[in-house]
Design a protein around this ligand. Structure first.
Ligand code: ATP
Length: 267
Protein backbone atom coordinates (compact mmCIF):
# COMPACT_ATOMS: atom_id res chain seq x y z
CA UNK A 1 0.00 0.00 0.00
CA UNK A 2 1.33 3.43 -0.89
CA UNK A 3 2.30 5.73 1.95
CA UNK A 4 0.40 8.65 0.48
CA UNK A 5 -3.00 7.00 0.56
CA UNK A 6 -5.69 8.58 -1.55
CA UNK A 7 -9.09 6.95 -1.24
CA UNK A 8 -9.47 6.92 -5.03
CA UNK A 9 -7.01 7.89 -7.70
CA UNK A 10 -8.00 7.93 -11.37
CA UNK A 11 -5.26 8.70 -13.86
CA UNK A 12 -5.68 9.06 -17.61
CA UNK A 13 -8.78 6.91 -17.42
CA UNK A 14 -10.42 5.91 -20.69
CA UNK A 15 -13.04 3.35 -21.52
CA UNK A 16 -14.21 2.23 -24.91
CA UNK A 17 -17.12 -0.20 -25.22
CA UNK A 18 -16.19 -2.43 -28.14
CA UNK A 19 -18.59 -2.59 -31.07
CA UNK A 20 -19.59 -5.73 -32.87
CA UNK A 21 -20.78 -7.02 -36.22
CA UNK A 22 -20.28 -5.65 -39.71
CA UNK A 23 -22.13 -3.74 -42.37
CA UNK A 24 -25.39 -1.90 -41.77
CA UNK A 25 -26.15 -3.79 -38.57
CA UNK A 26 -22.75 -3.13 -37.05
CA UNK A 27 -22.62 -1.64 -33.55
CA UNK A 28 -19.85 0.91 -33.38
CA UNK A 29 -17.27 1.32 -30.63
CA UNK A 30 -18.38 3.82 -27.99
CA UNK A 31 -15.75 5.90 -26.26
CA UNK A 32 -17.54 6.47 -22.94
CA UNK A 33 -14.88 8.36 -20.97
CA UNK A 34 -11.42 9.70 -21.71
CA UNK A 35 -8.53 11.41 -19.92
CA UNK A 36 -10.25 11.34 -16.55
CA UNK A 37 -7.93 12.41 -13.73
CA UNK A 38 -9.45 12.60 -10.29
CA UNK A 39 -8.32 12.09 -6.73
CA UNK A 40 -10.66 11.58 -3.79
CA UNK A 41 -9.22 12.02 -0.32
CA UNK A 42 -10.25 9.94 2.71
CA UNK A 43 -13.42 11.25 4.33
CA UNK A 44 -14.52 13.30 1.32
CA UNK A 45 -17.96 13.24 -0.25
CA UNK A 46 -17.49 13.77 -3.97
CA UNK A 47 -20.33 13.99 -6.48
CA UNK A 48 -20.02 13.51 -10.20
CA UNK A 49 -22.48 15.36 -12.41
CA UNK A 50 -22.60 15.48 -16.20
CA UNK A 51 -24.88 15.23 -19.22
CA UNK A 52 -26.79 11.98 -19.71
CA UNK A 53 -24.62 9.28 -21.26
CA UNK A 54 -21.31 11.04 -20.55
CA UNK A 55 -19.87 8.01 -18.79
CA UNK A 56 -20.60 8.59 -15.09
CA UNK A 57 -21.73 5.03 -14.37
CA UNK A 58 -18.85 3.72 -16.46
CA UNK A 59 -16.40 5.54 -14.17
CA UNK A 60 -18.13 4.16 -11.08
CA UNK A 61 -18.03 0.61 -12.46
CA UNK A 62 -14.30 0.93 -13.11
CA UNK A 63 -13.74 2.10 -9.52
CA UNK A 64 -15.87 -0.80 -8.27
CA UNK A 65 -13.73 -3.24 -10.26
CA UNK A 66 -16.70 -4.31 -12.40
CA UNK A 67 -15.22 -2.94 -15.63
CA UNK A 68 -11.63 -2.70 -16.79
CA UNK A 69 -10.26 0.58 -18.12
CA UNK A 70 -9.20 0.59 -21.76
CA UNK A 71 -6.41 2.97 -20.76
CA UNK A 72 -5.22 4.58 -17.56
CA UNK A 73 -5.37 3.40 -13.98
CA UNK A 74 -7.73 3.14 -11.03
CA UNK A 75 -6.33 2.92 -7.52
CA UNK A 76 -8.34 2.54 -4.35
CA UNK A 77 -6.50 3.17 -1.08
CA UNK A 78 -3.27 3.12 -3.04
CA UNK A 79 -3.84 -0.30 -4.65
CA UNK A 80 -4.58 -0.94 -8.33
CA UNK A 81 -8.15 -2.20 -8.73
CA UNK A 82 -8.20 -5.64 -10.34
CA UNK A 83 -11.75 -6.75 -9.44
CA UNK A 84 -14.52 -6.20 -6.88
CA UNK A 85 -13.22 -5.37 -3.40
CA UNK A 86 -14.67 -6.09 0.00
CA UNK A 87 -13.90 -2.59 1.25
CA UNK A 88 -16.17 -0.96 -1.34
CA UNK A 89 -19.93 -0.72 -0.76
CA UNK A 90 -22.29 0.05 -3.64
CA UNK A 91 -25.86 1.34 -3.82
CA UNK A 92 -27.61 1.76 -7.17
CA UNK A 93 -30.67 3.56 -8.50
CA UNK A 94 -32.88 0.50 -7.99
CA UNK A 95 -32.60 -0.79 -4.47
CA UNK A 96 -32.35 -4.40 -5.86
CA UNK A 97 -33.29 -5.94 -2.52
CA UNK A 98 -34.02 -9.67 -2.36
CA UNK A 99 -37.83 -9.84 -2.03
CA UNK A 100 -37.90 -13.02 0.07
CA UNK A 101 -35.47 -11.68 2.67
CA UNK A 102 -36.38 -9.27 5.43
CA UNK A 103 -34.61 -5.94 5.97
CA UNK A 104 -32.00 -7.31 8.38
CA UNK A 105 -31.05 -10.28 6.22
CA UNK A 106 -30.98 -8.13 3.06
CA UNK A 107 -28.46 -5.89 4.81
CA UNK A 108 -26.43 -8.87 6.00
CA UNK A 109 -26.22 -10.33 2.48
CA UNK A 110 -22.82 -8.80 1.56
CA UNK A 111 -21.45 -9.89 4.96
CA UNK A 112 -22.61 -13.45 4.21
CA UNK A 113 -20.95 -13.35 0.81
CA UNK A 114 -17.66 -12.47 2.43
CA UNK A 115 -17.82 -14.92 5.33
CA UNK A 116 -19.69 -15.59 8.55
CA UNK A 117 -22.33 -13.28 10.00
CA UNK A 118 -21.09 -12.37 13.45
CA UNK A 119 -22.87 -10.72 16.36
CA UNK A 120 -20.77 -7.64 15.68
CA UNK A 121 -22.06 -7.48 12.08
CA UNK A 122 -25.67 -7.73 13.29
CA UNK A 123 -25.03 -4.98 15.78
CA UNK A 124 -23.44 -2.78 13.14
CA UNK A 125 -26.44 -3.28 10.84
CA UNK A 126 -28.86 -2.54 13.70
CA UNK A 127 -26.97 0.69 14.34
CA UNK A 128 -27.09 1.61 10.64
CA UNK A 129 -30.81 0.88 10.40
CA UNK A 130 -31.40 3.03 13.45
CA UNK A 131 -29.42 5.92 11.92
CA UNK A 132 -31.42 5.50 8.73
CA UNK A 133 -34.71 5.75 10.65
CA UNK A 134 -35.52 2.09 10.08
CA UNK A 135 -35.39 0.78 13.66
CA UNK A 136 -38.36 -1.52 14.17
CA UNK A 137 -38.49 -2.49 10.48
CA UNK A 138 -35.82 -5.21 10.68
CA UNK A 139 -38.29 -8.05 10.04
CA UNK A 140 -40.23 -6.39 7.23
CA UNK A 141 -39.96 -7.60 3.65
CA UNK A 142 -39.07 -5.09 0.87
CA UNK A 143 -42.63 -5.04 -0.49
CA UNK A 144 -43.83 -3.80 2.91
CA UNK A 145 -41.66 -0.69 2.65
CA UNK A 146 -41.97 2.61 0.78
CA UNK A 147 -39.58 3.44 -2.08
CA UNK A 148 -37.61 5.79 0.16
CA UNK A 149 -37.32 3.15 2.86
CA UNK A 150 -36.09 0.59 0.34
CA UNK A 151 -33.37 2.99 -0.81
CA UNK A 152 -32.35 3.56 2.80
CA UNK A 153 -32.10 -0.22 3.25
CA UNK A 154 -29.91 -0.37 0.12
CA UNK A 155 -27.59 2.25 1.62
CA UNK A 156 -27.45 0.36 4.93
CA UNK A 157 -26.66 -2.81 2.97
CA UNK A 158 -23.85 -0.99 1.15
CA UNK A 159 -22.43 -0.02 4.55
CA UNK A 160 -23.10 -3.37 6.26
CA UNK A 161 -19.68 -4.89 5.69
CA UNK A 162 -18.08 -1.69 6.99
CA UNK A 163 -16.51 -0.62 3.66
CA UNK A 164 -14.11 2.29 3.60
CA UNK A 165 -15.52 3.58 0.34
CA UNK A 166 -19.18 4.03 -0.55
CA UNK A 167 -20.17 4.26 -4.22
CA UNK A 168 -23.66 5.60 -4.93
CA UNK A 169 -25.12 5.62 -8.45
CA UNK A 170 -28.26 7.82 -8.50
CA UNK A 171 -29.62 6.13 -5.37
CA UNK A 172 -32.54 8.55 -5.07
CA UNK A 173 -33.31 8.99 -8.77
CA UNK A 174 -36.69 7.25 -8.56
CA UNK A 175 -37.97 9.13 -5.51
CA UNK A 176 -40.28 12.14 -5.33
CA UNK A 177 -38.68 15.53 -4.63
CA UNK A 178 -39.76 15.76 -1.00
CA UNK A 179 -38.59 12.25 -0.06
CA UNK A 180 -35.37 12.87 -1.97
CA UNK A 181 -34.62 16.01 0.02
CA UNK A 182 -35.17 14.15 3.28
CA UNK A 183 -32.97 11.29 2.05
CA UNK A 184 -30.21 13.78 1.30
CA UNK A 185 -30.28 15.09 4.85
CA UNK A 186 -30.29 11.51 6.17
CA UNK A 187 -27.40 10.54 3.91
CA UNK A 188 -25.39 13.57 5.06
CA UNK A 189 -25.88 12.49 8.66
CA UNK A 190 -24.97 8.86 7.94
CA UNK A 191 -21.85 10.00 6.06
CA UNK A 192 -20.78 12.24 8.95
CA UNK A 193 -21.48 9.65 11.62
CA UNK A 194 -19.83 6.72 9.85
CA UNK A 195 -16.91 8.86 8.57
CA UNK A 196 -16.84 7.05 5.23
CA UNK A 197 -15.47 8.27 1.93
CA UNK A 198 -18.31 8.61 -0.56
CA UNK A 199 -18.61 9.04 -4.31
CA UNK A 200 -22.06 9.88 -5.66
CA UNK A 201 -23.34 10.02 -9.21
CA UNK A 202 -26.34 12.25 -9.61
CA UNK A 203 -28.36 14.31 -12.07
CA UNK A 204 -29.42 16.61 -9.24
CA UNK A 205 -27.31 19.76 -9.09
CA UNK A 206 -28.77 20.84 -5.74
CA UNK A 207 -28.34 17.33 -4.42
CA UNK A 208 -24.68 17.34 -5.43
CA UNK A 209 -24.04 20.75 -3.84
CA UNK A 210 -25.99 19.86 -0.70
CA UNK A 211 -24.12 16.63 -0.06
CA UNK A 212 -20.61 17.17 -1.33
CA UNK A 213 -17.26 18.44 -0.25
CA UNK A 214 -16.48 18.63 -4.00
CA UNK A 215 -18.61 18.48 -7.13
CA UNK A 216 -16.95 17.18 -10.29
CA UNK A 217 -18.50 18.32 -13.58
CA UNK A 218 -17.99 16.12 -16.64
CA UNK A 219 -18.25 17.08 -20.29
CA UNK A 220 -20.53 15.42 -22.79
CA UNK A 221 -19.39 11.95 -23.93
CA UNK A 222 -16.61 11.01 -23.95
CA UNK A 223 -16.79 12.34 -20.41
CA UNK A 224 -13.81 14.17 -19.03
CA UNK A 225 -13.47 16.47 -16.01
CA UNK A 226 -14.19 20.08 -16.97
CA UNK A 227 -14.64 21.66 -13.55
CA UNK A 228 -14.36 20.87 -9.86
CA UNK A 229 -16.48 23.04 -7.55
CA UNK A 230 -15.89 23.08 -3.79
CA UNK A 231 -19.02 24.07 -1.83
CA UNK A 232 -17.67 26.17 1.07
CA UNK A 233 -20.01 24.76 3.72
CA UNK A 234 -19.43 22.90 6.98
CA UNK A 235 -19.84 19.10 6.92
CA UNK A 236 -23.29 19.25 8.46
CA UNK A 237 -25.80 20.22 5.78
CA UNK A 238 -29.36 21.31 6.49
CA UNK A 239 -32.49 21.96 4.44
CA UNK A 240 -32.21 25.64 5.41
CA UNK A 241 -28.83 25.84 3.69
CA UNK A 242 -30.60 25.31 0.39
CA UNK A 243 -32.45 28.62 0.67
CA UNK A 244 -29.32 30.72 1.24
CA UNK A 245 -27.75 32.98 -1.42
CA UNK A 246 -24.42 31.16 -0.93
CA UNK A 247 -26.06 27.86 -1.87
CA UNK A 248 -27.72 29.43 -4.91
CA UNK A 249 -24.38 30.83 -6.01
CA UNK A 250 -22.56 27.50 -5.83
CA UNK A 251 -25.45 25.68 -7.55
CA UNK A 252 -25.42 28.36 -10.25
CA UNK A 253 -21.71 27.82 -10.75
CA UNK A 254 -22.21 24.06 -11.27
CA UNK A 255 -25.27 24.64 -13.48
CA UNK A 256 -23.42 27.14 -15.73
CA UNK A 257 -20.50 24.80 -16.19
CA UNK A 258 -22.78 21.86 -16.82
CA UNK A 259 -24.66 23.66 -19.57
CA UNK A 260 -21.41 24.92 -21.05
CA UNK A 261 -20.08 21.35 -20.93
CA UNK A 262 -22.79 20.24 -23.37
CA UNK A 263 -20.24 21.38 -25.93
CA UNK A 264 -17.98 18.48 -26.69
CA UNK A 265 -14.52 18.67 -25.20
CA UNK A 266 -11.62 17.64 -27.38
CA UNK A 267 -13.75 16.40 -30.32
N1 ATP B 1 -22.36 -2.29 -21.61
C1 ATP B 1 -22.30 -1.35 -22.53
N2 ATP B 1 -22.05 -1.65 -23.81
C2 ATP B 1 -21.96 -0.70 -24.75
N3 ATP B 1 -22.09 0.63 -24.52
C3 ATP B 1 -22.34 0.99 -23.25
C4 ATP B 1 -22.46 0.04 -22.19
N4 ATP B 1 -22.69 0.71 -21.05
C5 ATP B 1 -22.74 2.02 -21.36
N5 ATP B 1 -22.52 2.19 -22.67
C6 ATP B 1 -22.45 3.47 -23.39
O1 ATP B 1 -21.45 4.26 -22.77
C7 ATP B 1 -21.87 5.62 -22.69
C8 ATP B 1 -21.82 6.06 -21.22
O2 ATP B 1 -22.76 5.33 -20.47
P1 ATP B 1 -22.95 5.57 -18.91
O3 ATP B 1 -24.06 4.68 -18.46
O4 ATP B 1 -21.64 5.45 -18.23
O5 ATP B 1 -23.40 7.10 -18.87
P2 ATP B 1 -24.04 7.96 -17.70
O6 ATP B 1 -23.35 9.26 -17.72
O7 ATP B 1 -24.01 7.18 -16.42
O8 ATP B 1 -25.54 8.11 -18.22
P3 ATP B 1 -26.89 8.56 -17.48
O9 ATP B 1 -26.63 9.87 -16.84
O10 ATP B 1 -27.88 8.67 -18.60
O11 ATP B 1 -27.23 7.45 -16.51
C9 ATP B 1 -23.27 5.68 -23.29
O12 ATP B 1 -23.14 6.14 -24.61
C10 ATP B 1 -23.75 4.24 -23.27
O13 ATP B 1 -24.59 3.98 -24.37
Amino acid sequence: MSTEEHAVELAGLRHVFAGRGRGRRAVRDVEAVKDVDLTVEPGEFVSIVGPSGCGKSTILKMIAGLLRPTEGSVRVWGEPVTGPRRDIGIALQDATLLPWRDVMSNCLFPVELHGKVTGAARERVSGLLERAGLAGFESRRPKELSGGMRQRVAICRALADDPRLLLLDEPFGSLDALTREQMNIDLNRIWRETEKTALLITHGIDEAVLLSTRVVVLSERPGTVVEVVTPPFPKERTKELMSTPEFAEVSGQVRDRLFASDVKVGG
